[in-house]
Design a protein around this ligand. Structure first.
Ligand code: ATP
Ligand code: MG
Length: 588
């Protein structure tokens, strides 16, 4: 574990800021009562023992994706490295699109990634909707201090009077109404006396500000929509830009880390917290917002809206479709939590937008699995190989390491016999140049077994090859003194037809053929790869138990995992997580 004393291996601008804040003791005296709340609550506490507080604040309106993983690894990772706490906070202030199903899926995924929101006795799992009462009190205080007013213009009028980048906005006719009137109207809004859109609460800042976000932004709007947690209790809901700083402050967040598009919101973030603090309702030091570049990954879309469209319109089979960049999809595909953490670590943190190639994610999975994944043999496109000089009905054991990098993992064994399955591509009747595998007259090693010499093949009436014939050289078995007596250039994998395990194997490819499927205004649906999933019936080495989630390296082929939802040892269904090499680069 890294700390200030033994700094993290890779520094970045956020670590630099945090280390400086810690050195200066910026948050050392911050009072914390052990639970979120305004000044009246925190004053009862003592200086926070968590040296920093960060948060991951998803909106429960969809499943988490690989972009969220970057934010999760960053926020939870910083808290861990600096002896702090990271809160998991559901930013559930927008009732229309939010559902409990998403809350559960998000909790599941953050845990799966290996992170934990508890700190000492605290269970730092929060819902922004629990703060609606505090937000309302703050809004009243802002009105009383002349910092907010109820505006009776509709959304269209507000938009039209906001001004542009080059022109100032126009003051609302309601901007200078007495505080008492705004307070009464706000209470009426809350009590459901006014229809959606008829009025709203706005901050009273500066309609001529060069930053449009400071031109009297809307704080509350009326929405007669039930909320997934508060039901019908509220019909006014806070806007994100007002809710978010308040949530951070109530939770004693020290470093509020968000993506770059919120940079222009930072002046408002500070303004609103300072105004509330002036009223004595929040304690200093206030949280500080910092921005980093979001993750953009090639060959995928990560907008929740677009992911929802893919799921809802049946382009994929649910949120956990193994082709999706959702964490549920990646898990099902065979990605490990460690591989995703490794990927995020390799990305680093920067303030410059960039697009990461999908192959970087794939390489992280290979690098994680190579040292640990057990090996097995599988044949995906089976062709029968008959060893014509091997006695019928007989079998003998062959041995292979479970993992060549890990001698302690031991050996596995499987049988060799007269009829084997090999890959169709490992035989050619007329081999091209430099083809070293099976062709009539050529010798190859059957990996972990014997050297065989190909004697020909059998075809059906359509001229398709249905069987390859070969003779084995009895003294050449791997691991015996005669193994090296004959030199061959080819080495092919095989399984014994008598005891191989049949399996459905799903070979996944990129979901999109375009590296930037949704760049600009492109129709990302048009870029869907029609061949993103190919299903084959293959054979697995005897003894391969396809318990859901079991993962192997199938030799020569890649990393595969037994499907979490559908696989069983009786009926194996296997997903290819990633090929051994980056085949996409050479295909295109
Ligand atoms: P989307 O645009 O897909 O709906 P979002 O940003 O609205 O995503 P939230 O649930 O609000 O989704 O995000 C929770 C947190 O995850 C936020 O702090 C956000 O900054 C972060 N996040 C979302 N997408 C990415 C990304 N691609 N890279 C890094 N962080 C991200
Ligand atoms: Mg959002």
């Amino acid at each position: 574990m890294s700390s200030v004393l033994s700094p993290a291996p890779v520094s970045n601008f956020l670590r630099t800021i945090i280390e400086k804040d810690l050195a200066e003791g910026r948050h050392a005296q911050k009072l914390w009562a052990g639970r979120p709340g305004p000044a009246s609550v925190q004053r009862q506490g003592s200086p926070d023992t968590a040296r920093i507080r960060t948060r991951f604040p998803p909106e429960p309106n969809g499943y988490l994706h690989i972009g969220h993983a970057k934010s999760i690894c960053l926020n939870f990772g910083l808290a861990r490295d600096y002896q702090g706490a990271c809160h998991l906070r559901f930013d559930d202030t927008n009732p229309e699109k939010e559902e409990d199903e998403y809350v559960h899926a998000i909790i599941d995924m953050v845990k799966w990634l290996g992170f934990d929101w508890s700190y000492k006795e605290e269970e730092n799992l929060y819902f922004a909707s629990d703060y609606f009462g505090y937000m309302y009190e703050f809004a009243e205080a802002l009105i009383q201090a002349g910092h907010a007013y109820v505006d009776e213009q509709n959304a269209e009028e507000i938009r039209a009077t906001r001004g542009t980048l080059t022109e100032p906005g126009i003051n609302s006719p309601w901007r200078d109404r007495p505080a008492e009137e705004s307070l009464r109207l706000l209470a009426e809004m809350r009590d459901g006396k006014h229809p959606d859109g008829s009025m709203c609460l706005r901050a009273r800042i500066d309609m001529a500000s060069p930053n449009i976000n400071m031109r009297d932004p809307v704080l509350y709007r009326i929405r007669h929509v039930p909320h997934h947690r508060t039901g019908d209790q509220w019909c006014i809901y806070p806007m994100y830009s007002w809710a978010h700083p308040v949530e951070d402050a109530l939770e004693g967040i020290t470093h509020s880390i968000c993506t770059l598009e919120f940079e222009d919101q930072r002046p408002f973030y500070n303004w609103i917290l300072e105004r509330i603090a002036e009223q004595g309702m929040l304690l200093e030091p206030l949280p500080q917002q910092y921005e980093f570049a979001r993750l953009n990954l090639s060959y995928v879309v990560t907008s929740k809206r677009k992911l929802l469209q893919l799921v809802r319109d049946g382009h994929v089979n649910g949120w956990d479709d193994p082709r999706l960049p959702t964490l549920a999809g990646l898990r099902r595909r065979g990605y490990t939590p460690a591989s995703i953490r490794l990927f995020c670590e390799r990305l680093g943190v920067s303030k410059a937008d960039s697009r990461i190639d999908y192959s970087v994610l794939e390489q992280a999975l290979r690098d994680d699995l190579d040292p640990s994944a057990p090996r097995a043999v599988a044949v995906l496109d089976p062709l029968k190989l008959v060893i014509t000089n091997y006695p019928e009905g007989e079998a003998e054991p062959c041995h292979a390491p479970v993992n060549p990098h890990d001698p302690e993992a031991g050996m596995r064994s499987f049988t060799f016999g007269r009829e084997l399955w090999i890959e169709r591509d490992d035989f050619r009747e007329d081999p091209p140049k430099k083809y070293f595998r099976l062709f009539p007259g050529n010798k190859v090693r059957l990996k972990y077994g014997y050297i065989v010499e190909c004697t020909g093949c059998v075809k059906n009436a359509e001229g398709e090859i249905i069987e390859v014939h070969a003779e084995y050289l009895p003294d050449t078995k791997s691991g015996t003194p005669g193994a090296d007596s004959v030199k061959v250039k080819g080495n092919i994998t095989w399984v014994h037809a008598a005891d191989a395990v049949q399996a459905e194997i799903r070979l996944y490819d990129r979901l999109f053929t375009d590296a930037h499927p949704d760049a600009g205004d492109k129709d990302f649906i048009a870029a869907l790869n029609p061949n993103s999933c190919t299903v084959v019936q293959g054979w697995l080495e005897a003894g391969t138990r396809a318990e859901p989630g079991a993962t192997w390296q199938f030799e020569r082929l890649g990393y595969f995992t037994a499907d979490l939802e559908e696989s069983s040892p009786e009926r194996p269904i296997i997903n290819r997580a990633v090929t051994l090499k980056d085949s996409w680069a050479t295909q295109k």
